[in-house]
Design a protein around this ligand. Sequence first.
Ligand code: GRF
Length: 232
Amino acid sequence: MPERAPDGSIRRAENQSRTGEAVADVKRVVVLVSGHGSNLQALLDAAAEPASGMAVVLVLADRPGAHGLERARRARVDTAVVRPADHPDRRSFDLALRDLVAAARPDVVCLAGFMRILGPEFVRAFPGRVLNTHPSLLPAFRGAHAVREALAYGVKVTGCTVHLVDEEVDHGPVLFQSAVPVEPGDDEDRLHERIKQEEHRLLPLAVRLLAEGRVRVEGRRAQLVTAEEVSR
Ligand code: GRF
């Protein structure tokens, strides 16, 4: 018999997929959001695919109004909010966030439009397991206004970067990049929408590969290995 939650919904066992078949080793993904959450949605959709092998187990936001929280609730994923204003300083905010994420036992932690810089306490707690997506071809246009700055600079091509998170902002080893041409008449929103389409394609793929242990990092270089090589 399926277990029922207090609201009557069916609770899936951790080792069952949405369709009910047993899944040997479902990878646990925690997603951090601040806003709209379209990248989170891409992850939720990918996780809902039969045999995806991954489950989003917790969505955390730094503000209660983040639309991503609503997307998570609709997908019946646990949510939590950690507000910087509720903490005396950045370090205690980082520690609160770290402890909540750690309690969810993630295989991968994914920053999907999370607009806070995470301190060393957080990053060190999940070595090689934190991913971020950034709307530029790094190392160009780091920071919070990458699309606006690329347009202002007049570049002809920009794009997105999915990378591992280290202790510097928008800096860790690159997993995937995709180029997006700037078109005449682009404004920030229009260009960002096209960039996001690429992020929605690459981020779920990167999360899955990292969760499966298929990413090897040497220095700045992240390389994919085959499934057979994972066990070696
Ligand atoms: C994405 O472009 C991400 O790269 C950037 O913020 C945007 C978030 O979009 N950091 P959404 O909230 O996933 O729609």
